[in-house]
Each structure stands twice: as C-alpha cells, then as structure tokens.
Design a binder for this molecule. Sequence first.
Ligand SMILES: *[C@@H]1O[C@H](CO)[C@@H](O)[C@H](O)[C@H]1NC(C)=O
Ligand SMILES: *[C@@H]1O[C@H](CO)[C@@H](O)[C@H](O)[C@H]1NC(C)=O
Ligand SMILES: [Zn+2]
Length: 473
Amino acid sequence: MSTCTAAGIARILAVICLVGSSFGQSYPDESYATDLSTNIGEAEPRDAGVALEFRYHDHDQMTRYLRAVSAKYPALTALYSIGKSVQGRDLWVMVVSSSPYEHMIGKPDVKYVANIHGNEAVGRELLLHLIQHLVTSYDTDPYIKWLLDNTRIHLMPSMNPDGFAISKEGQCDTIHGRHNARRFDLNRNFPDYFKTNTKQPQPETEAVKEWISKIQFVVSGSLHGGALVASYPYDNTPNAIFQNYAHTPSLAPDDDVFRHLALVYSRNHAKMARGVSCKSSSPHFENGITNGAAWYPLTGGMQDFNYLWHGCMEITLEISCCKYPPAHELPKYWLDNKESLIKFLAEAHRGAHGFVVDERGAPVERASVRVRGRDVVYHSTKYGEFWRLLLPGTYRLDVSADGYLPQEVEFIVVESHPTLLNVTLHSAKGFEIRRAALPKPTAGTPGSLSKAIRRTNTSLTSTVETRIIFPDN
Ligand SMILES: *[C@@H]1O[C@H](CO)[C@@H](O)[C@H](O)[C@H]1NC(C)=O
Ligand SMILES: *[C@@H]1O[C@H](CO)[C@@H](O)[C@H](O)[C@H]1NC(C)=O
Ligand SMILES: [Zn+2]
C-alpha cells in the first residue's frame, strides 16, 4: 500500500509516494516522481474517453495523450519522466501493468524505447497504440490480463523528441532529425565494451543510463526505421576494422537466446520473417534477423550496453523501410507489428529466475549469477532477484557474493514455464579458505563480463581511420 501526498499545485503536481510495505519501493524506483498533472484545469473532461488517432503526434500532443491515459487508467498506468532533452522536452515513460506504481517482487520489468533517431517516427506512434491496446484490452483479453498482472511494461515513445521536432513526414531516407539538438547520434553515445567511446555523453543518453541502472529490465526492444529486420548483439566487435568489410558476426555468449528473441519478433510480424530487402541495393536478411555486427559494426550502441552493463537483453527492431512514412500508412504498421510487440515482451517469462538469499532468508544484493559456459555475469537485485533467459536444456548456475561460499546449482529449463531457482548462500565465516573477492566493476566498465572475455582478441583493432559508408538505420 502506498500513501501519496500531493506536494504542489497548479498544472504539475509533484507527488511523493511513501510506501509502507517491508519491501518498500516507491514508484517509480526512487527518484522518478509520477506525473499526475492529468487534465486538471484543462478543457478536456476527464471521462471523455481517450481516443488515439492514426496520425503523428508532436511533443505536446503526445504529452496530452499520455496524461489523459494515466488519468483515465490510474490502476493500470503511471507516467514518469526520466529527464529532459537538450531543448528541455520531457523524456516520458509510461508504465503499463496491474502494479504501475510498484515493482512486483519476483516479476520482470521490461521496456521499449522508440525514436532514439528522431526521424525514425513509426515506433513512436506504435508505442502510443501499444499503450492504448494494453489498457483497453485488460478486461477483455485474458492473455493481456496475464501479461499485465505478471509484467511491468515501461514504454518510452521518444528518446529523441528534439530530433523528431525538426523531422518531416514523408522523408524516407534522409538523416535530417536523426541526431539530438547538439548533433549527436544517440545510438553511438553509450559506453562501449569493445572500443573506447570518446563521444561526449548527451543528456538523453545520461538519463537512459541512469534509468536502466535503477530498474532491472529483463528484455528490451529499441525501435528504429529504415529497414525491416530484428538485429541482435553484438553491434560492435573486437576486430572492427577488418570485420567491417567481412560482415562477420560478433557473437554474444547468449547468441542462441538473442537469435530466438529476434525470431520471436520477426515471425510474429506480418512480413519481417520473409526477409525481403527494402530496396534492391539493401541486404536480404534470412528469416528477418541479423547479428548487429554482421550487418555493420558500430560503436556506442544502446543494445550492447544494456546487455553488458545491466544484463538486459535488448535487441534493435527496424520496423519500416521508410523512416517517416505518411500518416495514412500508420494503421498498416500497427497491424504488422502488434502481435510481435506483445509476444516479444512476454519472452521475459522464459528460462530461469529466482532469488539469492542468505541462511536467514534475507536477500543478497549484487550476487554474481553466471551460467556455466556463458561468459557473462548477471547480478541479483536488492530483493535478491535474478532472471536468466534461456532456451530449454540443462544448465549449471554459479552464484557467488562477497563474504559467502560460492554455490553451484544444476537445473533444467523447459519450454512451457520458467524454472524457479532459489539459491541460499552460506556465510564464509569460519571457513579456512575464503573465496578470493571478485574484482569490483568500476564506473565506465561493464560489471558483467569476466576476464576470459575481456581478453577477446583485439590485436586487429588498429587506430587507422577508415571511412566506410554504412546504412544509417
Ligand atoms: C523462493 O524465495 C522467495 C523469496 O524469498 C519466496 O517468496 C518463495 O516462496 C521461494 N520459493 C520456493 C519454491 O522456495
Ligand atoms: C588473435 O588473432 C590472430 C589473427 O587472427 C591469431 O593469429 C591469434 O591466434 C589470435 N589470438 C588469440 C588469443 O585468439
Ligand atoms: Zn535508427
């Protein structure tokens, strides 16, 4: 139960929620105040219903829509801003869930981010329609009810509202509006594991980095335009210069799971899995999926960062050949993507999840959770939770934390339901041999990859500046 006090009047009511439960987590996750300005004092009556037309919404229209939905569906939605763009526009996130204000312990949080490239506009509108669909289907569609009862879905329709503001409907192939207001490509602005990213961090990127460090997202999709393909990590490669030409895949330890996630999107899409090229000069993608680096490597992308820094399995969804198609085509895009958008998020319920606890049953935070043979480390949350998306099979989990004896668990993953794993760590006190402390991640380095992967062969990475023209999707 949360008690909320309005601490402000006029148009913006800042609301501080004090949560009384023992697991007390105020929503949205510490420092994000929920926007409750709704329609108070505005002309629209509260109960007029919330219509959403198939047309493009500028920032103010989008803001009004989001506020109207959160006013009409307070039990299913919460609206918050994770920060502001260079020009001061809010970076809105709408949570849709039967627990919009509080994380549900043991249940996954998932997200979509659209419009990171300001001129790639379809995803922005699709997320508004996804919100509309979820809130209006909760009472009538048992699958949507199950999804919202068991998942918190965070939707950010625009990560680059300034770029969108100068973009033009009907422009399919230009880069006008792609960048933020300081002319930075936000999907080249994240810390990079393979290559030092020297780009100056932008406010939009900083806000997203802080957001995903506060909430453990399990899966994520980043919506783009300019191609029709689901692209999965890695986007970058240790051997960037030579592999640029070779189109060599850069495989993540969870390549099988990433391929599966990409296929879930492409196969539930009306036509992505056919792999038809957007135009004769662009590539054909088998089954409508590709490894990011196999298409073209890039430094500073958002999906590699999500995975390597935070154990969030993000893929990149290129959903329209035309970056900013005419509005009358929007209904078709919605129908093509609706099933994919929903089914992909439900993948958060695959594999193994559970809690790391101590002998007294108290949660162990930041325990390292590693699946044998997969050189990537996930960490438990402050409630001791972890999620590990895996395909059916037999696995071994190694769990360790400072001050505890490492623990090993063998388990099976089946297709039909997730495997629940509770791991109890025993204090290392009183034991002669103490486990050597794991190196602590420092700011700017991913906490997740172990030494073995850090030794990836970088001998081919040279400082030679090559200019290669890649499709800028
Ligand atoms: C696993 O641990 C969680 C949190 O401590 C607890 O709520 C749950 O009942 C446990 N489940 C099993 C099967 O032990
Ligand atoms: C690094 O790559 C070079 C050239 O392909 C190869 O000869 C060498 O064995 C590799 N080293 C490691 C450690 O993989
Ligand atoms: Zn893009």
